[in-house]
Ligand binder design. Structure first.
Ligand code: C2E
Ligand code: CA
Ligand code: CA
Ligand code: CA
Length: 270
């Protein structure tokens, strides 16, 4: 690849040092953010197709930065992954999300993103179990979203996936279609749901992939969610293709916990 020497190593360039320094500054700031509770969790509703009735929400982390304002995960998730801070960050998000979801009415569910790195850690199901116990949220109302990168496995990944299932937590394969080994992963990875990546939600072009994924999901008996649905046309198309759930700006943007609560008409019980 461009900019890389033999063996895939990046050839040294002076700006790499600057980048490294910037990265370690951000890592230090992020560590502080985790300790000082600058992370906040926003929620984006997940709805039924075709009705658009809210069945739950996905928890999405933000950083309330003291200087830069509210930052999206694109600004810091890579640093968190590379430094291992994704592990404590993930625990914070899990706790906050389950605590919040426990205040929602009925059987509304919450989906939490878990990185491959968290899933490799021995004892991850116990962390989830503790969050459920402390929040009072029933396991069936929690969905853990994993990406195809878990296919790489390692550490306790396989045991952990089974451990989560044993708790009664639901598993969702996120960003479906963007990774590798999709078919073999479906055969070996015990998920309940797949989320079609928004890059495959047709926008005037071909619907071949969205259609194929829906058929594959049916074959495996999995629930389907279309993410990144931005228009009424896309919602109608995904409904026709058999998608059962959707998420996207057409229905609702990610919002604060308070805004979602207001929208649900739920009263805070904390
Ligand atoms: P994701 O899991 O695929 O989450 C969906 C992303 O798509 C969110 O971006 C959401 O705001 C955005 N989105 C939703 N509907 C639409 C739409 O209709 N159009 C468009 N263009 N975008 C839409 P966000 O919040 O910036 O999150 C980005 C990624 O950061 C997430 O992608 C997820 O991979 C990661 N992430 C977020 N929170 C966490 C977390 O707590 N832990 C971990 N490990 N990763 C997280
Ligand atoms: Ca997700
Ligand atoms: Ca996704
Ligand atoms: Ca995505």
């Amino acid at each position: 690849a461009k900019g890389r020497g033999e063996g895939g190593y990046e050839r040294y360039r002076p700006e790499m040092e600057a980048r490294g320094a910037e990265r370690s500054r951000q890592a230090a700031a992020l560590r502080t953010a985790i300790i000082e509770d600058q992370l906040v969790v926003h929620f984006q509703p997940v709805v039924t197709l075709p009705e658009g009735r809210i069945t739950g929400a996905e928890a999405l982390v933000r950083w309330q930065h003291p200087v830069d304002g509210l930052l999206g995960p694109g600004a810091f998730i890579d640093t968190a992954e590379q430094t291992g801070l994704i592990v404590p960050l993930g625990v914070r998000v899990l706790r906050a999300a389950t605590r919040e979801a426990a205040t929602w009415p009925g059987e509304l569910t919450v989906s939490v993103n878990v990185s491959a790195r968290q899933l490799r850690e021995a004892g991850f199901p116990a962390v989830v179990e503790a969050a459920l116990r402390e929040s009072g949220l029933p396991a069936r109302r929690l969905t853990v979203e994993i990406t195809e990168s878990v296919a790489v496995g390692g550490g306790a990944t396989t045991e952990n996936l089974q451990g989560l299932r044993d708790l009664g937590v639901r598993l969702s394969l996120d960003d479906f279609g963007t990774g590798a080994s999709t078919l073999s992963l479906l055969a070996t990875c015990p998920v309940h749901q797949i989320k079609l990546d928004r890059s495959f939600v047709p926008d005037g072009g071909s619907d071949a992939i969205a259609r194929a994924v829906a058929q594959m999901a049916r074959a495996f008996g999995l629930q389907t969610v279309a993410e990144g649905v931005e228009t009424a046309e896309q919602a109608a198309l995904m409904t026709r293709l058999g998608y059962e759930r959707a998420q996207g700006f057409h229905f609702a943007r990610p919002m604060s916990a308070a805004d979602l609560r207001a929208r649900l008409g739920a009263t805070a019980v904390r």
